[in-house]
Design a protein around this ligand. Structure first.
Ligand SMILES: C[S@@+](CC[C@H](N)C(=O)[O-])C[C@H]1O[C@@H](n2cnc3c(N)ncnc32)[C@H](O)[C@@H]1O
Ligand code: SF4
Length: 333
């Protein structure tokens, strides 16, 4: 049973400086910036194929900075077919060439992070040039129309973080997405991983629910799928059922969703317990998204031994185990 979703960065540097982004914390923690060496990626793919139902090619960096995108996507296409492979990007470098490579790949979902369509707010939040938003929107629009003429894969999503400053513009984002060939919008709540972000956290009150209802009705009229965390049970079931069509590896997605529900019911200390792998530029793998517990390197010769160690760590977390550092985790409890 492959319940694991792996997260790695094909490129762990970034061309933006988003005020809220947790990558600055990872950088401070000493993680290596830059592209994942092709030979490391090639060594990892057979292991990922054995252990995972899904692989995300971006975690805390900008994947489209990868200068030989075709080379790495060639490995993805050969080695990871059958898995759900996803890519999250800020969209600035989603130019014609990147669009063609992705449109012809086995990638099942490309998500472009756009928190707001207000140009000043966008450049302030993302620490980028004032014209950047227009470039991103143009890229998404042309990718959307390319995909509509193609096989129906990959699916094109927009991801937005709901923050106090972005909430007043969320309906405008929804309206804009309806005309861009986007398949779905996913809202995520801001994770206030540092104290200065607390003031941007949105309350789950009537005003927030009213904005979400307006966004939902705009997107329903435009036949664009909508998903947000902590939705009421009925909404959650609807989005789970409707969201099914955006996965290529449907059995994998079902088992993974059940494992996450089991974590909630069994009250495991970590909500991702036993479903998550983080892989770093040097090929080190952790069964924890905050890199607690043993780190295993697959660049050695004793791959079987390393895989055994990794599976043991996964089983430990799945049984409700935790590491001393888990009590300080701000992300997944
Ligand atoms: C770290 S980025 C990496 C991929 C790419 N550079 C991008 O921005 O889409 C992955 C996702 O994490 C989200 N993210 C970053 N910091 C966050 C935070 N503090 N709370 C919630 N989501 C966050 C981003 O908005 C983005 O959708
Ligand atoms: S573009 Fe993505 S990785 Fe880069 S700073 Fe923004 S959220 Fe972080």
């Amino acid at each position: 049973m492959k319940l694991l979703q792996a997260y790695l960065d094909i490129h762990s540097s970034c061309n933006y400086k988003c005020a809220y982004c947790y990558r600055s914390e990872l950088e401070t923690a000493g993680n290596r910036a830059g592209p994942m060496p092709l030979e490391v990626f090639e060594k990892l793919t057979p292991i990922l194929k054995r252990m995972c139902w899904s692989v995300s090619l971006s975690c805390a960096g900008e994947p489209l900075l990868y200068s030989h995108l075709w080379d790495i996507m060639d490995v993805v296409n050969r080695e990871l077919a059958g898995l759900d492979v996803t890519l999250v990007t800020n969209g600035f470098l989603l130019n014609e060439r990147a669009q063609d490579i992705l449109a012809e790949s086995i990638v099942s979902k490309v998500s472009v992070s756009i928190d707001t369509v207000n140009p000043e707010l966008y450049s302030r939040l993302c620490g980028c040039a004032p014209g950047a938003l227009e470039t991103v929107l143009r890229n998404v629009e042309s990718f959307g129309s390319k995909l509509r003429r193609g096989t129906g894969w990959p699916k094109l999503f927009v991801t937005a973080i709901a923050m106090k400053s972005t909430m007043p513009h969320l309906a405008d984002l929804a309206r804009r997405c309806c005309g861009m060939g986007v398949d779905g919008i996913k809202i995520q709540w801001l994770v206030p991983w540092k104290a200065s972000l607390e003031s941007e956290v949105v309350a789950h009150d009537d005003a927030t629910r009213a904005v979400l209802r307006e966004v939902a009705s705009i997107l329903a009229a435009g036949r664009v799928y909508f998903e947000y965390p902590n939705a009421p049970a009925g909404e959650k079931i609807r989005s789970l059922v409707q969201g099914f069509r955006f996965y290529r590896n449907k059995p994998g997605y079902c088992l993974f969703s059940l494992a996450k529900v089991a974590n909630v019911l069994l009250k495991t200390p970590c909500r991702l317990a036993g479903t998550h792998l983080n892989v770093y530029q040097d090929g080190t793998m952790h069964a924890c998204a905050s890199s607690n517990g043993p780190g295993v390197s697959f660049l050695t010769d004793d791959v079987d031994e390393q895989e055994k160690r990794m599976r043991k760590a996964i089983a430990f977390l799945r049984r409700g185990g935790s590491y001393p550092e888990c009590s300080k985790c701000r992300f997944y409890q």
